[in-house]
Design a protein around this ligand. Sequence first.
Ligand code: CO
Length: 132
Amino acid sequence: MRIDHVAIAVNNLDDAVKEYQNVLGVKDVEFETVESEGVRVAILHLNNSRIELMEATKDASPIKKFLESRGEGLHHIALETESIDGEVDRMKNNGVRFLGEVRPGSRGTKITFIHPKSLHGVLTELCSHPKK
Ligand code: CO
């Protein structure tokens, strides 16, 4: 596994992107809306990983609820694995709890989330990129 990205919940995406770009000196940024998850995302490309800033696109968004209860900050880390289905099976056999089934993410990825209770308080995404 490798760390694919670190995701941070923010109140105002456009403001947050400017600040992150200034502080980190990163020029390369892409925007993407994932309507199924109720988020708009700014992706800051680092050497071997990404930081994703996320804002809610609707009141029912899980990000909206997160911001209301915890405020801005680290939302999840994402670990990339080559075989997400195999990893999920292995983890489930070890009693790991998940939030939802494996499902399509952005750009042909497959994703699911490990419940933070199974990883000492850190919401963790598992993702698989499409084979090249
Ligand atoms: Co993510």
